[in-house]
Design a protein around this ligand. Structure first.
Ligand SMILES: [Zn+2]
Length: 313
């Protein structure tokens, strides 16, 4: 005769075990099946916390490096520029390892929030097998394995951006932290010029908390700018009221803080120069140097003054 009690108990145990089996991977974080092509990195494995998914990945350092590079680089660049970008980002990632545990309390070596680096996941290069940028970058990651930028024997936080206008920017202006190797240098690329027309109604709608009452009381927009020491805009003055440039550029999608502003019939015309925050190496500036015959090493030592390049291998 079947022991009904025993059967129920067994079923209960099986149910509990299968629930546990389901829950365990969630608790431990999702573990990527590691791709063999990335496995020779000497910096081995890292953990990455993805805020929007609440997910922790375990992947090889080189795979993470590729994902960070893909999130920062678009368009065509000189091969030497890309090599400089690989070495710079490798050093910056090593500098930042573990920092998010303090900055945003993520329980991982890295995360993808504002206090860390943007990351483009595996789908970015897996889907697109013939994609020349990811394969070029991957080849360069292999070729330059172990090559890093040091400042006084520590990894350098070698940041980069797309393009600047005349000079790069000091890290203090953007991040309120000074690094001797993230100070402005002259950069020779053609600035990427973009023009925006912003309607008066849009300005009122989006900047109402600053200028609403004044505008209503008949004070004209009369735009003017306050500039910082590298010529980038610190604040925009509208209706005799200061608006931080960082907020202004974010609200209206202006790609850099190098811009001019003019009053036009029915609104404002903003002309911007360059793309990105201007800190560290300019990719377009590096392209200009490389097409003039300079090497990736020249480029790195130019943009990151006082640093040296070594090979950890
Ligand atoms: Zn974070």
């Amino acid at each position: 005769m079947i022991n009904l009690k025993k059967l129920r108990l067994t079923a209960l145990i099986i149910l509990l075990l299968s629930l546990l089996a389901l829950a365990l991977p969630m608790l431990a974080g999702r573990i990527y099946k590691k791709l063999d092509i990335f496995s020779d990195s000497k910096n081995s494995d890292i953990t990455l916390f993805l805020h929007e998914k609440g997910e922790k990945l375990e992947l090889s350092f080189n795979e993470y490096l590729l994902g960070v590079l893909l999130a920062q680089i678009d368009g065509d660049h000189h091969r030497e520029t890309l090599r400089a970008a690989v070495v710079a980002s490798r050093s910056a990632l090593l500098y930042m390892k573990g920092a998010c545990r303090q900055l945003c309390k993520a329980d991982a070596d890295y995360c993808n929030c504002e206090s860390s680096f943007r990351y483009m996941g595996r789908e970015a290069y897996e889907k697109d097998n013939g994609d020349s940028l990811s394969s070029k970058l991957f080849e360069l990651i292999r070729e330059s394995d172990g090559e890093i930028l040091l400042y006084r024997d520590s990894y350098a936080l070698a940041l980069m951006h797309r393009s600047s206008y005349i000079t790069t920017e000091s890290s203090y202006e953007v991040y309120k932290r000074s690094y001797p190797y993230l100070e402005p240098v002259i950069t020779a690329e053609n600035p990427e010029i973009k023009e925006f027309f912003i309607l008066e109604s849009e300005i009122l709608q989006k900047l109402g908390k600053y200028i609403g009452e004044r505008y209503g009381a008949g004070i004209p927009l009369s735009p003017s700018l306050k500039l910082g020491r590298t010529g980038r805009v610190d604040s925009v003055n509208l209706c005799m009221c200061d608006i931080p440039a960082s907020e202004f550029t974010e609200i209206f999608g202006i790609p850099s803080r190098s811009f001019e502003i003019k009053e036009a019939y029915g609104g404002l015309v903003v002309t911007s120069y360059g793309v990105g925050d201007g800190v560290g190496m300019s990719l377009m500036g590096a392209d200009k140097m490389c097409s003039d015959g300079f090497s990736y090493k020249d480029v790195l030592l130019y943009y990151f003054k006082g640093c040296k390049i070594i090979s950890e291998n």
